[in-house]
Design a protein around this ligand. Structure first.
Ligand code: KIV
Length: 274
């Protein structure tokens, strides 16, 4: 057994085993996105369980309209900055657009995110063909989060940022996709922008933890873009966003409020759901 010399024993790091235990115990998983070391320190201090270096950085950091322009070099750079600053949270990093078109490239890029970016798990936008990629990565003992529902990397093909799974057939397809991804070896499933009833059904059908964004209150955990939580993002916000700066004096307090609201089941409320 190897031990990190400076680890604070009172705050053991979150692992996949911790997240499985949380699902079993009904303890909600509080997750947020992060792109740099300063925010990573704040998220850690607020006791966020899971941190995602999301390719949403293409929009909130780089000013693009979509996540499509984000490259592997960008993801490695931001992931490494976040990894250096985190102690307790579990770190997931996104495989960006077209970085996993084949098993070989998915493996090569996952290894980069882990070795150079410090990621503990990689996330890919999945369904259909990507199930085989998940299976291949899992067979190499790479922890994988499968992103289902609204898939921002496909936005030019699907025609916009829209709620997915409203119709009976698409809901059934998404449930089937989530099941296949779990069977293929996905360790976490992330659901984006689906009706709350479907979020509940998928969460109940899977053994692995399910984290939702705009997927209702019944998923095992919630994730939001930190810049939305802290009301840094300007313009029209998605329905599921709540401004946690309201009534708080500073960033750390707002992040702590988010974690508390998720843990206590106060967020998301009905007005945040589809
Ligand atoms: O890229 C990202 O930040 C994400 C979250 C919105 C879940 O995928």
């Amino acid at each position: 057994m190897y031990t990190h010399l400076q680890r604070d024993a009172s705050r053991p790091p979150v692992t996949l085993a911790t997240l499985a235990r949380m699902k079993a115990d009904g303890e909600k998983i509080a997750s947020l996105t992060c792109y740099d070391a300063s925010f990573a320190v704040l998220l850690d201090a607020a006791d966020v369980d899971v941190v995602l270096v999301g390719d949403s950085l293409g929009m909130v950091i780089q000013g693009h309209h979509t996540t499509v322009p984000v490259t592997m070099d960008h993801m490695v750079y931001h992931s490494a900055a976040v990894a250096r600053a985190l102690q307790r949270p579990f770190l997931i990093t996104d495989l960006p657009f077209m970085s996993y078109p084949s098993q070989a490239l998915a493996l090569e890029h996952s290894v980069r995110l882990m070795q150079q970016g410090g990621a503990q798990m990689v996330k890919l936008e999945s369904g259909g063909k990507q199930t085989e990629i998940v299976e291949f990565l899992a067979s190499h003992d790479i922890a994988v989060c499968a992103h289902v529902g609204l898939k921002p990397q496909s936005v030019h093909k699907t025609g916009g940022f829209r709620v997915q799974g409203r119709e009976r057939e698409t809901a059934a397809r998404l449930l089937e996709e989530a099941r296949s991804l779990e069977s293929a070896g996905a360790d976490i499933v992330l659901l984006e922008c689906i009706p709350a009833t479907l979020g509940k059904a998928i969460t109940a059908a899977l053994q692995v933890p399910v984290i939702g964004i705009g997927a209702g209150p019944d998923t095992d955990g919630q994730i939001l873009v930190t810049y939305d939580v802290l009301d840094i993002t300007t313009g029209r916000k998605p329905r599921f966003v709540r401004n946690f700066m309201d009534g708080t004096g500073n960033n750390l307090e707002a992040l702590q409020q988010y974690v508390r609201a998720v843990k206590q089941g106060e967020y998301p409320a009905p007005e945040h759901c589809f």
